[in-house]
Write a protein that binds this ligand. Structure first.
Ligand SMILES: [Zn+2]
Length: 200
C-alpha cells in the first residue's frame, strides 16, 4: 500500500483522459525520483494555469482574458462562425492558416444519452450568439468525421435552422478519412477540408 500523499497523486493523475492507474503510478514514481525542482516546476505551472486561465464568454475557448484575443480581432471575417468540439480543434484549424473567421467551442459533441456530457455543452450560448442578429452569414460545423461528429452535425444543423433559417450551414469537405481526428490531420488536408466546405 502506498503512503497517503502518493496514493492521492496517483488518483489525481488517473482522472486525466487516457491515463490509467498504471500510467499514473509511473508519473508519480518519476516525479519522486526526479527531485524537487521538477515537481516545483509542475506545481507552479498548474498554479499559473489555474490563476490566469478563464473561459472566453464569447467563443468558450480557454484564454487568459475574456473576450479572448481572437474574438476581439476585428481583422477577421465577421460573417463566418466555425463551430468545433474542443479547443485543440480550433488550434488545428488556426494552424492551417486557411480560415479567418470566428469560432465557437462546443466543449464536446452531442450525445443525447449522455446527460452529464450534454450539460457541459455550450449549445444555448451558441444559439443565442447566432440569433443575436449578429453579422454571421455562414456557420461551419467542423467536427471529426466519426459517429459522434456526424450526430452533432445533424443535431446542430436542425437547431440552427429552427432558430435562424436564413443562415448557410456548412461542414468540412469529405477529404478526411472516416474515424480520423482533426487534431492529427496535416495542415494541407485540413486546410482543403475547410476551404472546400459543403452545405449540410
Ligand atoms: Zn473568444
Amino acid at each position: 500500500m502506498y503512503a497517503r500523499p502518493i496514493q492521492q497523486l496517483i488518483q489525481a493523475f488517473s482522472k486525466l483522459p487516457g491515463v490509467g492507474p498504471r500510467t499514473a503510478e509511473r508519473f508519480v514514481a518519476h516525479l519522486l525520483k526526479s527531485g524537487k525542482k521538477d515537481v516545483a516546476e509542475l506545481s507552479s505551472a498548474l498554479q499559473y494555469l489555474m490563476s490566469t486561465t478563464k473561459s472566453c464568454t464569447s467563443c468558450w475557448d480557454f484564454s487568459d482574458r475574456s473576450p479572448c484575443a481572437l474574438c476581439t480581432d476585428t481583422t477577421r471575417d465577421q460573417t463566418l462562425l466555425c463551430i468545433v468540439a474542443e479547443p485543440h480543434d480550433l488550434q488545428a484549424l488556426e494552424h492551417t492558416g486557411t480560415y479567418r473567421g470566428y469560432y465557437h467551442v462546443l466543449r464536446g459533441t452531442i450525445d443525447p444519452i449522455d446527460e452529464e456530457q450534454m450539460r457541459g455543452l455550450k449549445i444555448k450560448e451558441l444559439l443565442s450568439r447566432i440569433q443575436a442578429a449578429g453579422p454571421f452569414r455562414e456557420i461551419i460545423l467542423a467536427f471529426n468525421p466519426d459517429v459522434a461528429g456526424e450526430t452533432t452535425i445533424l443535431a446542430l444543423t436542425r437547431l440552427i435552422r429552427e432558430g435562424a433559417p436564413r443562415l448557410t450551414v456548412t461542414r468540412l469537405a469529405r477529404g478526411l478519412p472516416m474515424g480520423s481526428d482533426l487534431r492529427y490531420a496535416d495542415d494541407i488536408t485540413l486546410g482543403n477540408a475547410i476551404a472546400h466546405r459543403v452545405k449540410t
